[in-house]
Unconditional design. Structure first.
Length: 116
């Protein structure tokens, strides 16, 4: 009786540990790990007419609208050019306005640049 209880307890602990490990964030970006507009502003990387408010709006769209349909990808998973190819397709699916699309593209372009 005690041996079977011990086996069951070991299996339960093993499954609980496996479940906890599976729940850890892996390759997917978490909302907290996404670069914020303030980081770009503080790093002096804003230029070309970009402003922190547009980046903030773009990040908010990314976190709310994009995550509504699929996991969040890290901006660095794709280059700015790749995002420019992806965004129009996703904007149509999410029914975003032109202004929202522009803010989203600006955010992802800035956040995906190497050495930002």
């Amino acid at each position: 009786m005690q041996k079977s209880f011990l086996r069951i307890a070991i299996v339960v602990v093993f499954l609980a540990a496996a479940g906890a490990m599976a729940g850890l964030p892996g390759c997917a970006a978490t909302k907290a790990s996404l670069p914020a507009a303030a980081e770009h502003s503080a790093a002096g990387s804003l230029n070309g007419g970009a402003d922190a408010e547009s980046l903030r709006r773009g990040r908010a769209i990314f976190v709310t609208e994009c995550a509504a349909c699929h996991r969040l990808f890290s901006p660095g998973d794709y280059s700015p050019d790749q995002w420019r190819g992806i965004i129009p397709r996703m904007v149509r699916r999410a029914s975003l306005s032109a202004g929202q699309a522009a803010d989203l593209e600006l955010y992802l372009s800035f956040a995906s640049r190497p050495g930002k």
